[in-house]
Design a protein around this ligand. Structure first.
Ligand SMILES: [Zn+2]
Ligand SMILES: [Zn+2]
Length: 362
């Protein structure tokens, strides 16, 4: 049996379609046939050599949804249910060591320095090779945290693996209930739209989205945003005024950066109220530094700034649950579906910002 896969062999070069033999499974591993794979903005950064974690050659793709073909041994999912051939599953893209300070003592496994991530830092030159989701088949190591999923359109679920889980991680770090709170979200990509649905579901009283794309703002509105502000139509001063006017001149209780651009923080600091919280979730690759006015933006405001790095199994479970409740929204987030052989076109659609989210379907 063979698996076709799209391989990044050289930075800034198109991915190449390669045929792999399906290897003998390591003990406890699962062979999964992909049903859908999300194309993430990170994949584009990796293809350009901007993500320092990327080994070459690599099969990209860390947002897989698939069907179990073979299991070498016995394995249960995160709910303790035995995994069987034919099950539809999703998995935590990261595998941690369960042995270090972050895994054992601080209990922040997403910070494990030994974290291995499918499609991000596992090369296809190493056994068992099929370690990214731009592939017909993948091998999931025994340590992988797996969740059985409902048989809804698998394309809806691709965002759960990465942006969805990261969004849920951000909300997990907010200690107070969202009830009666105003949440401003910067950036209406898949991460930002997921944050809209999460904020709404968790009880926020007002959800405001800022983005430069009218098409994305429409979707944010459908996803539950009360107010959408187009950066190109309403300048920063007017946006600040607008947000102050609807929050009793205080500013937002919570601002979530989901734009992936550090420069957005300069506005975010203005929008968060004194004593509020600023979650930085979108910045995923090294970027230029930005100036921080420590007195005015941080200390005088007594704000809490929270960086959010990836996610763990709990957040994946929450993201899947949220999607299963609102599949119609998440189906809309995926604006393009392409076959595996067109993965390069998929990356182009992301780069040109033509697509909100692209899924590779099989
Ligand atoms: Zn991703
Ligand atoms: Zn660890």
């Amino acid at each position: 049996m063979k698996s076709r896969a799209m391989v990044l062999e050289k930075f800034n070069h198109p991915l190449v379609l390669r045929n792999f033999d399906i290897p003998n499974l390591p003990e406890g591993a699962i062979l999964v046939k992909l049903l859908a794979s999300g194309v993430c903005g990170s994949d584009l950064h990796m293809a350009k050599g901007e993500d320092p974690r990327t080994p070459l050659p690599i099969i990209l793709g860390h947002e897989g949804v698939g069907q179990v073909v073979q299991i070498n041994g016995e394995k249960c999912d995160l709910n303790g249910k035995k995994i069987k051939t034919g099950d539809w599953i999703i998995w935590n893209r990261g595998i941690v060591c369960n042995n270090c300070f972050w895994c054992k003592v601080s209990r922040q496994p997403y910070l494990c320095p030994n974290r291995k991530v499918y499609g991000i830092n596992l090369s296809c030159k190493d056994y068992p090779y099929l370690l990214g989701a731009y592939s017909e088949y993948m091998v999931l190591f025994r340590e992988t945290e797996i969740l059985k999923i409902p048989q809804i359109d698998p394309v809806c679920l691709v965002t759960a693996a990465c942006s969805g889980a990261t969004a849920m991680h951000a909300f997990d770090l907010i200690s107070e209930p969202l009830l009666s709170k105003t949440v401003v979200i910067q950036g209406a990509g898949p991460l930002g739209v997921f944050c809209v649905v999460a904020a709404r579901t968790l009880g926020a009283s007002q959800v405001i989205m800022i983005s430069g794309s009218q098409q994305r703002l429409e979707l944010a509105k459908k996803a539950g945003a009360d107010i959408v502000l187009n950066r190109h139509d309403i300048n920063e001063e007017e946006r600040t005024k607008k947000i102050l006017s609807i929050t009793g001149n205080r500013g937002a209780d919570i601002v979530i950066e989901a734009s992936g651009n550090s420069k957005a923080l300069l506005e975010g600091f203005r929008l968060v109220r004194r004593g509020g919280m600023y979650m930085i979730t979108g910045v995923a690759v090294p970027q230029e530094s930005i100036p921080l006015d420590v007195y005015h933006d941080l200390v005088f405001k007594n704000i809490h700034i929270q960086g959010v790095w990836v996610s763990d199994a709990k957040h994946l479970v929450q993201a899947v649950d949220l999607i299963a409740k609102h599949p119609e929204i998440f189906e809309r987030i995926v604006t393009h579906r392409l076959p595996l052989s067109q993965a390069n076109e998929a990356l182009k659609l992301i780069e040109e910002r033509t697509a909100l989210k692209v899924a590779i379907t099989f």
